[in-house]
Write a protein that binds this ligand. Sequence first.
Ligand SMILES: *Cc1c(COP(=O)(O)O)cnc(C)c1O
Length: 396
Amino acid sequence: MSESWNKRTQAVHGGTRRSQYNEVSEAIFLTQGFVYDTAEQAEARFIETGPDEFIYARYGNPTVSMFEQRIAALEGGEDAFATASGMAAVNAALTSMLQAGDHVVSAKALFGSCLYILENVLTRFGVEVTFVDGTDLDAWEAAIRPDTKAVFFESMSNPTLEVIDISAVSLLAHAVGATVIVDNVFSTPVFSRAIAQGADVVVYSATKHIDGQGRALGGVIIGTKEFVRGTVEPYMKHTGGALSPFNAWIMLKGLETMALRVNAQAETAQRIAEALEGHPALERTLYPGLKSHAQNDLIQTQLGGKGGTVLSLDIKGGKEAAFSFLNALTIPVISNNLGDAKSIATHPATTTHQRLSDDQKVELGIAPGLIRFSVGLEDADDLLADIKRALDVSQQ
Ligand SMILES: *Cc1c(COP(=O)(O)O)cnc(C)c1O
């Protein structure tokens, strides 16, 4: 029955398992170990661990398992493995399945730490990585080879909000038997249908919209039972990037309210983007929900027309104007998380993407005046008034 539930019901009830007390709210099993009734039971469990059996919290824990089952159900995946952070998830999804000599094709517009793993870590162990413009299907087709093992991309890129065609890239990858791994943070679990559209593996930083209130780090890898239990679990069990039971509980409670939060944030983001488009202080207003977005058709089919919770504003006057805009804001905070209840403004060129060379910044559209704006749960009129006032200050 629970398989037929829609996302909102899964987000509240999916994966729930109750203890002998039949508690309503999910229990936090803050324990690293589990007692065996007999030596024989311990032996048997180390040979084969059943679905409701646990050995050690690095391998699995009841609260963590509830979070894994809930997010897997929500995303339409068979199973999931929770990790200590989003980066632990990206690292494990790739590293657990790759070996020296393998070939990977990746979009080049990536979150800085994802780029580091592909460019600096995997290559040190003999994995060959080809980077492409993720929006260019011809480039994917040219780069994917008969021996390509995996393709990797962020379905909506950070911070320029380009959208990558999951169905089309998956078709190309599957033609050579490559695994499609999608970092889906900006698309959010609320608007995503990535697995139905062809992704084999979906990765989230739960730190973002799943917690949604800026409290804890977490991550998750969603895929087939075979990939999650056969490939990811052995790697994670022995390398130690487990999600803590307490943080899993925060993520479980976050999932319950996620759809309400993310829909409200996306609605406000749409409203702000529409109101700011063409503003004299702006070179560009980037938001996937705008009709003017270069990939509007794809956004309709892939995301049901929803633009997500982040917009990017390219302010006239470069870094100096961008900084005076940031310093003039009174409601949004200057920080670098996203998907939070609090609106957050970020200057990618000097923070999240500081490590990139000037050439890379130009190539990825990270202009000196670009501000990434994660829309929170504040009143839309208050936010818009604050942004407009700060834009005026930026041009003085
Ligand atoms: C934040 C983020 C990550 C990393 O997540 P952490 O939980 O901070 O480790 C990975 N990919 C994308 C697209 C992100 O936005």
